[in-house]
Design a protein around this ligand. Structure first.
Ligand SMILES: [Zn+2]
Length: 353
């Protein structure tokens, strides 16, 4: 069986004809295999959804419990048989419940990694290398200029600023699923034990992380009336809220933004971010390259992002590679600041195209 027979590109996304299943489809389909809960990968309206229990729960939080006609939980490490295709889910290290999906048939194995990172994240299971013939990767930060720093240093910058300006509120823009909770966990690891305040748009997802056993310490939802009293506090909110009237009600706010894009200083300046924190839930250039080599794949498909550079890197090493130029992805968790959703909209409206 050739790879293109096991998995083929359709307008709805990658499709396995034998299993009659799409991976992270961008349109409603009969059977969807979902890698993780970000809204560009996990959409409502499919007939059946197979995903990890955490991803199913996240989709229910965002879209309501009737987001699909039928759901089937597949745990990390578990394999299900779909008409002779072995489908298994493996940790991707991206957000809570995130999975790489492996399809195996007649000795051919293709791994669709969804979004993934190799950097440490205390809020989810670490990425697992799955040996395969074809590895499907994104390339959000697929240029050699993107090398993410140690997140501990970035959090230390935030806490140093809080110490330096104890009368100012620190308003940190971070995406509602994954980034926000990872930041909270990292702040706790750095020894900060005061309550952390959150915008209403991330309250339910943060609660879900805590219910799932991720320790985040005391998290308080910001009440409108108390904003002027929160000098010295750390407040985490959707990125666009940092530019809103909402943020200006805090005492002399310091504006921070946690994103891999903060590596680009001009972008931080342009967005009025005083305190850029380079924290990404995607692999940087080195980890993209390392992961491709680790899988041993002889062929690589690049879904979206900086596809050309990564394809070139592969082919220069004798690995067959092709860009898929897939539309509809561009992670909400790492969407560029320009396209962030409205701050007061519910999380479901954060989808980025
Ligand atoms: Zn994602």
């Amino acid at each position: 069986m050739r790879p293109s027979e096991l998995l083929t590109l359709t307008p709805s996304g990658l499709y396995c004809p034998q299993a009659d299943a799409h991976i992270d489809p961008v349109r409603p389909v009969r059977r969807a295999l979902i890698t993780h809960g970000h809204s560009d990968h996990a959409r409502a309206g499919h007939e059946a959804v197979l995903a990890t229990p955490e991803t199913l729960a996240i989709m229910a939080v965002r879209y309501g419990v009737d987001f699909a006609g039928y759901t089937q939980a597949v745990r990390l490490g578990e394999t299900v048989d779909l008409n002779g295709v072995k489908v298994s889910y493996h940790p991707a290290g991206h957000v809570l419940g995130s999975a790489q999906i492996a399809l195996e048939c007649e000795g051919l194995r293709i791994v669709a990694s969804g979004d993934y990172k190799r950097a440490r994240d205390p809020t989810c299971a670490p990425f697992e290398v799955v040996p395969c013939d074809v590895f499907i990767t994104e390339a959000t930060f697929g240029l050699p200029v993107f090398r993410h720093p140690d997140t501990r240093d970035e959090v230390a910058k935030l806490l140093a600023s809080v110490q330096l300006f104890p009368e100012r509120a620190h308003i940190v823009g971070a995406y509602a699923l994954g980034k926000a909770q990872r930041l909270m966990a990292l702040i706790r690891e750095a020894g900060y034990d005061q309550p952390i305040y959150v915008h209403g748009a991330m309250e339910r997802l943060t609660e879900f992380y805590q219910q799932s056993g991720v320790p985040l310490g005391e998290i308080r939802k910001v009440q409108a009336a108390e904003r002027p009293k929160l000098g010295g506090a750390i407040v985490i909110c959707p990125p666009s809220a940092t530019q809103d009237l909402w943020a200006r009600k805090f005492p002399d706010p310091v504006t921070a933004f946690a994103s891999g894009w903060m590596r680009v200083r001009a972008r931080a300046r342009q967005k009025g971010v005083e305190l850029p924190l380079v924290v990404s839930d995607h692999s940087d250039w080195d980890d993209l390259c390392r992961t491709i080599l680790d899988t041993g794949a002889g062929e690589v498909w690049v879904t979206h992002g900086q596809e050309d550079a990564l394809v070139h890197w592969c082919t220069s090493r004798g690995i067959r590679a092709k860009p898929l130029h897939m539309l509809g992805y561009g992670d909400e968790g790492e969407v560029e600041p320009d396209t962030a959703g409205p701050a007061d909209a519910p999380p479901v409206a954060e989808a980025a195209s």
